[in-house]
Design a binder for this molecule. Sequence first.
Ligand code: KIV
Length: 278
Amino acid sequence: MAKMITVSDIAKMKSEGKPISMVTAYDFAMSRIVNEAGMDMILVGDSLGNVMLGYSSTIPVTMEDMIHHTAAVMRGNDHCMVVGDMPFMSYQADMAEGIRNAGRLLKEGGCAAVKLEGGSEVAPMVKKMVEAGIPVCGHIGLTPQSVNTLGGFKVQGKDVAAAKKLIEDAKALEEAGVFAIVLECVPAALAKKVTESLTTAATIGIGAGNGCDGQVLVCNDLLGFSNGFCPKFVRKYANVHDIILKAMQDYKTDVEARTFPAQEHTFAISDDVMEKLY
Ligand code: KIV
């Protein structure tokens, strides 16, 4: 079995300036391929609400959804550091409930760390989780669980006050003990400044430019699963939508033309047996 990547490896990568690769995955099959590709980290993001379950936001995602998908990813994982996302309202209402839910993701989902959204306001909870032995990844900038208060999916930290708050939030999270922080939809120069202002916590950017310690993308986006809207910050490395569409159309055509299954897909039985049937 390959060696599992740990928080110490991530810290070492940050200190050595070695870029950290992270991608989302939500099931066994994708996890196997991501491992084969040698990725450093997998995020079982609550974006699964959008891309796997068809919700229009991450708000409806439950702890049960997250545990179910995290456990599936872990069954396909043999070396990536897997981070499970804390879904909306699994940690916002109550500190003890948040810590118990983070513990559930590790115990029942089997991941190595949790991620939660928010800045200095969640720092006390992060501290308690870390003290309880739960590695935590922060997430600031565009935090999709707060889409209703942010007023939509917009680039964050664009004025002086918001940019200063982002830097302070990152420092508060680092002080509380996070090993990494996702920076989502943040201007590149600001994300670089945040990265340089941290000593131990690695920054993982998504729509945050090339100055972060690492990068994360949603696997469905980078694979081109959808032929619809694609955020500006995504590079599509494949067009899986077109590949799957063509395969499905070809299969349907073959079934209708009775050209599938062919001889090589078919099991034989001896004529003797067939003759004795009637
Ligand atoms: O849920 C998710 O996939 C995320 C990434 C966009 C960072 O939080």
